[in-house]
Ligand binder design. Structure first.
Ligand SMILES: [Zn+2]
Length: 71
């Protein structure tokens, strides 16, 4: 059984994150267990986006998704 718990920002404790591609475009995502990134809108593809770094929507935090705290 797989849990899909969302990771939260270590600073402001929200789950809304985004990733960027090399054109500077943002895509809203969530980070779930084991640092896996899923698009908030399942229709969107993560193709071309840099998944090594996630940015918090609510504050200035950004970092490796695998380093997000456990909820
Ligand atoms: Zn934050």
């Amino acid at each position: 059984m797989q849990t899909r718990r969302k990771k939260l920002c270590p600073q402001c404790k929200i789950a809304s994150m985004y990733v960027k591609n090399n054109k500077g475009e943002r895509l809203l995502v969530y980070v779930i267990d084991d640092g896996v990134i899923i698009p908030k809108d399942p229709e969107h593809s993560l193709d071309g986006f840099d998944l090594s770094k996630v940015y918090c929507l609510g504050c200035s935090w950004h970092g490796n998704p695998k380093r997000l705290g456990k909820v």
